[in-house]
Design a protein around this ligand. Structure first.
Ligand code: SAM
Length: 219
C-alpha cells in the first residue's frame, strides 16, 4: 500500500478555517445529537416563536430552512406559511430528514418538502425563496462560500437570507467558541458572496438575528 505523507495527514486533521476571517469552522453536528435539538430548555434559550415574529413570516410565503436538523424551525414555519405557502427543509444528513418528515406527517403538515443537499449545494430550486433561514448552522458549513452562492441563486430578487447565531461577543453565552459568531465575522463572510447586510435584530436571549439581501437583485 502506498504510504501517505505525514504532512498530508496533518493537513487533513487540521481544522478548516474561513479564508477571509480565519474563523475556525465547527464540525458538522452528528445525527446522534438530534435529541439535543429538541430539548425542552431550547424554548427559553432561543425563543423560536419570537424569532419568527421578528422575521414577519406570513401565510403564502415560500421559505427554506437550510441545515434544518429535526425541523425545530421548519415545522414552526410550516404552521405560519399555511397551505398556500411552502417550506423546503434541507439537511446533509438523511437521519435528520427522516425525523423531520415523521414529525411533519404526525402534524399533518403537507407543505413541508425535505431536500437532502451536499456540503456545497443545498439543492434548492432557483429564484423561488422569499426567505432562507440558517439557525445555528452557518458556522458548520465546510464550504461556506459555495453554499452562500447556491443559496443566493435560490432567493427571489427581494428575498432575504437570515442567520441566527449564538453571540460570540458575549462571554456569558455558554457555547463553545467555534459554535458562536460575531456580527463582524458574519458580515465580512456573507457580504463577500454577493449580499448586503440589511438588519441586525437583538431581541433573542442568546442569538443574533442577522438579515441580508442580495446585492444584485437579478443574480
Ligand atoms: C446544530 S444543527 C441545527 C439544526 C436546526 N437548524 C435547528 O436549529 O434545530 C446543524 C445542522 O446543520 C446541518 N448541516 C451542516 N452543514 C450543512 C450543509 N452544508 N448543508 C446542509 N446542512 C448542513 C447538520 O447536518 C445539522 O443537522
Amino acid at each position: 500500500m502506498e504510504r501517505v505523507p505525514i504532512i498530508l495527514i496533518l493537513l487533513l486533521l487540521a481544522q478548516a478555517t474561513h479564508p477571509l476571517t480565519g474563523r475556525q469552522i465547527a464540525p458538522v453536528m452528528s445525527a446522534d445529537g438530534a435529541g439535543w435539538l429538541d430539548r425542552p430548555e431550547r424554548e427559553a434559550e432561543e425563543a423560536p416563536e419570537q424569532a419568527l415574529d421578528a422575521l414577519g413570516i406570513r401565510a403564502g410565503m415560500v421559505v427554506a430552512d437550510v441545515g434544518a436538523g429535526t425541523g425545530y424551525m421548519s415545522l414552526r414555519m410550516a404552521r405560519r406559511v399555511g397551505p398556500t405557502g411552502k417550506v423546503y427543509a434541507n439537511d446533509l444528513q438523511p437521519e435528520m430528514l427522516q425525523k423531520l418528515h415523521a414529525k411533519s406527517q404526525r402534524e399533518k403538515l403537507s407543505n413541508v418538502e425535505t431536500v437532502q443537499g451536499t456540503e456545497s449545494d443545498p439543492k434548492l430550486p432557483p429564484n423561488t425563496m422569499d426567505l432562507v433561514l440558517l439557525v445555528d448552522v452557518y458556522h458548520e458549513f465546510s464550504q461556506p462560500q459555495a453554499m452562500l452562492d447556491r443559496i443566493r441563486e435560490s432567493l427571489k430578487p427581494d428575498g432575504r437570507l437570515v442567520l441566527l447565531e449564538y453571540r460570540k461577543e458575549d462571554p456569558k453565552v455558554p457555547i463553545r467558541p467555534e459554535h458562536k459568531m460575531s456580527v463582524a465575522e458574519v458580515k465580512t463572510e456573507v457580504e463577500a458572496e454577493g449580499y448586503k447586510l440589511d438588519q441586525v435584530i437583538e431581541k433573542l436571549p442568546r442569538q443574533h438575528i442577522i438579515i441580508f439581501r442580495k446585492t444584485s437583485p437579478g443574480a
